[in-house]
Design a protein around this ligand. Structure first.
Ligand code: IVH
Length: 673
């Protein structure tokens, strides 16, 4: 390929990739499977490697990367970033509206009501359509230059959409960076699994992420952004807030999922309560509604106070809270030995469910809030999902409440606990602690790791308590006899479990690396390691220089890998796992293709060589799709063992039924005897 051809191809790929980014991150309607997207991305990356002159900062491949920053430089905002006045009652809102009516001097105006996103205010500057600067609000006049981190957020376009005459010469757009509720939960699960402290709520997680100096780490954080305002602009005429939102949307920026247009205070109030009712359905947290005047040409007339404009106000929703009695504090031991105090509460109903336990994070948190056993505490659903104790009703104290002390020994194995100076957490250092082993085995077998179906908490508890399993390698020694002796385990499930355990031996290398539980290694970094090392032995022998030389692997992760493999017991574990037949070797990636394009599969029953999810992945990688119910449009029903009613339906509708070996042949896979 000559440079000219490459340039054309690079351009096409960029347009195509950004289109898919938009479909995926903004419209939430992806058109192609992840693997196909990865293929486009890899092709672009390869071309940019071969033709370095074609690599430009607005290429989608440049979303991640670069050296970690020493610190953030400061940015002066050309138009100050103000904040909003808060109101908590409809009376105050009424007053706000009355004031507007007075200040408008008879001119008609309307209002918009939109979600107040609970994230961090940012300002982005686009020049000639290219993202040139991203900054935090700071004190409103000067903020931090977080361009490198902003560029990693996939829903933010690096280049605005539209033709040259639609793109303003300068556009400074203001909005909110946030973490979705689901992304927050996933991130915390991962952090707990890798021995890091969990974030208290999505806002803190977003703030913590944006403040990271290494954009590579930020890229792994599930951040998103919604825009609602303007800073400096050149070449842009916008008269209403509604028009602004429409324009931003057209330029490829994400905007609020719902905006109400209101002509009087009654409609404003009903929009606010509609929004409150809808708030649970949003993928992100909101902490109120923002009411703003729609007619932007009136903004100057309304003016502002030192801190906030008079044409807008925030109506804050009270977070859903409840009061209950803290009956006890128990201590949980995590996979890495971290001791987490847990509040055992008198059950209370809060935002849709009954709460009887809540996290207390760590001992310093308990001390800081002076939480004592027997206290009446206030609980809140952080992230609307995870309940947390946020404070104590001091006035209700009787004096009989007890101060909680972290136990000096592990509540599970009774070994001494310790606390590293630079950490908030106490740990049980005993690697043989049954609690740690249980969490470890569950982690090893988890879906995102070795994916051993059926090996849930109750089974793991019994296996460890009976002394049958002390580390993951013992799973491969289990016999049918061991398993049927467990409670709630029939012969059939025992057979299935044995085959699920056996199937885990041929999982991808990255899963095996992740499942080892090396601190700071999440699925993403495990995949990066697989990309760079053929076998686990190669990884074990890797030097620090080799590791830190890998994009996305920083010094902390590298040190953690080296530390893990320096322990004899870890190396021995790998040897034992190998002796049981684990490959610890990169397998050829299934080629993506189009051989199943346009075909719809329904999967039913248990497959022998893979899970249904894995079969689905293969189908999607080959351009096909899956569906959960059989209809006349179904191309094939893939039937495993014990297939149920879907088979009958397929027969009735005359849909072709195929077996697993037939499927493997169709997918171009070798069929194992
Ligand atoms: S308008 C002149 N609209 O709330 C200030 N702000 O408490 C214009 N926020 O600093 C802000 N959602 O970070 C506006 N839909 C929304 C918002 C929003 C969240 C944040 C923003 C602001 C803070 C004020």
């Amino acid at each position: 390929m000559n440079t000219q051809q490459a340039e054309k191809k690079v351009f096409q790929l960029r347009v195509e990739i950004e289109r898919h980014n938009h479909l995926y991150y903004i419209d939430a309607k992806p058109e192609i499977p992840d693997r196909e997207y990865d293929r486009l991305y890899d092709e672009l990356k390869e071309l940019e490697r071969q033709f370095p002159l074609l690599a430009t900062p607005e290429s989608p491949t440049m979303r991640v990367g670069g050296q970690p920053l020493e610190g953030f430089s400061q940015v002066k905002h050309s138009v100050p970033m103000m904040s909003l006045a808060n109101t908590y009652s409809t009376t105050e809102l009424d007053e706000f509206y009355q004031r507007l009516s007075k200040l408008s001097e008879g001119r008609t105006f309307s209002c918009c009501v939109e979600p107040k996103i609970d994230g961090l205010a940012v300002s982005l500057r686009y020049e000639k359509g290219l993202l040139v600067l991203g900054s935090t609000r700071g004190d409103g006049k000067t903020g931090d230059d977080i361009t490198a981190n902003i560029r990693t957020i996939k829903s933010i376009p690096l280049r605005l959409h539209g033709t040259a005459d639609e793109i303003p010469a300068v556009l400074e757009v203001r909005g909110e960076v946030f973490m979705t509720k689901a992304g927050f939960i996933r991130l915390n699960e991962q952090r707990i699994a890798t021995g890091d402290e969990a974030f208290a709520n999505p806002r803190n997680a977003a703030a913590g992420s944006l403040k990271l100096l290494d954009p590579n780490t930020v890229a792994g954080r599930p951040l998103d952004a919604i825009f609602y305002g303007l800073g400096e602009t050149q070449g842009l005429v916008i008269t209403t807030h509604e028009g602004l939102v429409q324009t931003l949307r057209k330029l490829g920026l994400k905007t609020a999922p719902r905006i109400w247009h209101c002509n009087d205070i009654q409609t404003i109030l009903s929009a606010i309560s509609e929004l409150q009712a809808l708030k649970q359905t949003f993928t992100f947290e909101i902490d109120g509604a923002v009411v703003k005047v729609n007619e932007r040409q009136l903004y100057d007339m309304f003016g502002s106070t030192a801190k906030s404009p008079r044409w807008a106000v925030a109506y804050k929703y009270e977070p859903e809270r409840a009061e209950t009695i803290l009956e006890a504090i128990t201590v949980q031991v995590g996979r890495t030995g971290v001791l987490t105090p847990v509040a055992e509460l008198r059950p209370v109903f809060l935002a849709g469910s009954t709460i009887s336990r809540a996290t207390l994070h760590n001992i310093s948190e308990i001390e800081r809030k002076d939480i004592r056993i027997g206290d009446t505490v206030i609980i809140e659903k952080a992230g609307e999902v995870i309940p947390a104790v946020i404070g104590v009703k001091m006035e209700l104290r009787s004096g009989r409440e007890k101060i909680f002390k972290m136990p000096a020994s592990c509540p599970v194995c009774a070994e001494a606990v310790s606390k590293a100076e630079d950490e908030a957490a106490w740990r049980c250092e005993n690697l043989q602690c049954p609690a740690q082993i249980k969490r470890w085995i569950q982690y090893y077998a988890a879906r995102g790791a070795m994916d051993i179906d059926g090996l849930g908490e109750a089974i793991v508890e019994q296996l460890v308590d009976k002394g049958l399993v002390k580390d993951p390698s013992d799973l491969y020694k289990l016999t049918l006899f061991d398993l049927v002796a467990l409670e709630r385990m029939g012969e059939k499930s025992a057979v299935n479990m044995l085959s699920a355990i056996a199937a885990s031996k041929s999982r991808e290398l990255w899963r095996a690396i992740f499942a080892l539980g090396i601190r700071h290694i999440g699925t993403r970094s495990a995949q990066t390691l697989e990309d760079n090392f053929e076998t686990i032995d190669d990884l074990m022998q890797a030097t620090t220089e080799q590791l830190t030389g890998i994009r996305d692997i920083g010094t902390i992760v590298s040190a953690s890998i080296t530390a893990f493999f320096s322990h004899t017991q870890n190396r021995n574990l790998i040897e034992r796992l190998k002796a049981h037949g684990l490959q610890f070797r990169r397998t050829a990636r299934p080629a993506s293709g189009t051989s199943m394009k346009g075909m719809t599969f329904v999967l039913t029953g248990t497959l022998a060589s893979m899970t249904r999810d894995q079969a689905g992945e293969i189908i999607r990688s080959l351009g096909g799709s899956t569906s959960s119910s059989v209809s006349a449009k179904t191309s094939f029903v893939l039937a495993g063992e014990e297939a149920g009613s879907k088979l009958d339906k397929a027969r009735k509708l005359g849909v072709k039924i195929i077996s697993e070996p037939e499927f493997l042949v169709m997918a171009g896979r070798s069929v194992k005897p």
